[in-house]
Ligand binder design. Structure first.
Ligand code: PEP
Ligand code: MN
Length: 343
């Protein structure tokens, strides 16, 4: 942390700042220029309030111009802490392996056994590795479908059995963590729950792999801090998922932030998955955005596929028909090869 004093700051003011730093357990490194005095805080605070609060305390002083943090507000998930990529093994499928691009696919929501199995068999035949399907669905409207709950988890488990495919499914509520952990190979945390800190903390106490979706209005730094909530509790099996953010654009459901794929690779060792289905909201755009994501370095993609999108209870407009998913797999493979990976 660096504290820049205002040009009118006096010797007394400087003394005040140094004392405050020492009281909080920091060492002091001083740089006195002609116009500005810069005070560097060295070491780790012993103050029980966190660093962000200490920064605010200094910012509250009238003779302080600016307080700047030099280190990142997350550690366990940062690349500095762990330079090698994290590879998460899910029943033998290696997510985050630099040689491999993982494909997760399936319906948005588990509707019926027939619908799930038709989608699951189709995505498996096309080469997908992991089956997706929601049993607990977040919904902007309280009147829409919220998922079948445990019966849907049982259907997913049966599909896993038949097709030998791991399953990813969303856990929406902290009260359901134990139950969903009994079925899921990967827990999904949805965009609306990225900042549900009690849920993140609870999932952090398990060892179940988790895919943390980016909050639709979250910065990359906030998203990494959310991942830090999980990892700092001991669950290091965290992957991130870029699913599009809110912008002024209305043609697409969200705006896919391709920057985030490259930025996460630069800042963190965690695997990054792209979700072109929710990012675009339009089946016609999913193929192109999947290719872009893989070209940018995504470790995987998650795609919504439905045998009958016009009858889907949720997200029909962005769901691919099985044929379109076959084409997507075919089109993404050479892009993966071009960046030195295979599917
Ligand atoms: C989903 O995966 O179906 C979903 C609800 O995603 P998101 O949380 O990104 O909206
Ligand atoms: Mn969906």
């Amino acid at each position: 942390m660096i504290i820049i004093l205002s040009s009118s700051a006096t010797k007394e003011n400087l003394k005040h700042v140094t004392q405050m730093l020492e009281e909080r357990g920091y060492g002091v490194h001083l740089s006195e220029g002609v116009e500005t005095t810069i005070v560097g805080a060295v070491g780790v605070p012993s103050d029980p309030s966190g660093k962000a609060e200490v920064m605010e305390q200094f910012q509250a002083l009238p003779f302080v111009d600016k307080v700047v943090s030099v280190s990142k507000p997350y550690k366990v998930v940062s690349k500095q802490f762990h330079p090698d990529p994290t590879i998460i093994d899910v029943r033998g499928i290696k997510i985050g392996d630099p040689a491999f691009v993982v494909v997760m696919a399936g319906p948005c929501t588990v509707e019926t056994e027939a619908q799930l199995m038709e989608a699951a068999r189709a995505v498996k035949a096309a080469g997908a590795h992991i089956l997706r399907g929601g049993a607990y669905k977040p919904s902007t409207s309280p009147y829409s479908f919220h998922g079948h709950g445990e019966p849907a988890l049982k259907m997913l488990a049966a599909a896993r059995e038949e097709l030998d495919m791991p399953i990813i499914t969303e856990v929406l509520d902290v009260r359901d963590v134990d139950l969903v952990c009994r079925y899921a190979d990967i827990l999904q945390i949805g965009t609306r729950n990225m900042a549900n800190f009690p849920l993140l903390t609870e999932i952090g106490k398990t060892q179940v792999p988790v895919m943390l979706k980016r909050g639709m209005s979250a910065t990359i730094e906030e998203w990494l801090q959310a991942a830090e909530y999980i990892a700092s509790q001991g669950n290091k099996n965290v992957m991130l998922c870029e699913r599009g953010i809110r912008t002024f654009e209305t043609y697409t459901r969200n705006t896919f932030d391709i920057n985030a794929i490259a930025a996460v690779k630069e800042l963190s060792h965690l695997p990054i998955i792209a979700d072109p289905s929710h990012a675009t909201g339009k089946a016609s755009l999913v193929n192109a955005v999947s290719r872009a994501a893989v070209a940018a370095g995504a470790d995987g993609i998650i795609i919504e596929v439905h045998p009958n999108p016009e009858k889907a209870l949720k997200d029909g407009a962005q769901s691919l028909l099985p044929e379109a998913f076959v084409k997507l797999m075919h089109d993404v493979a050479p892009i993966a090869a071009a960046v030195g990976r295979h599917i």
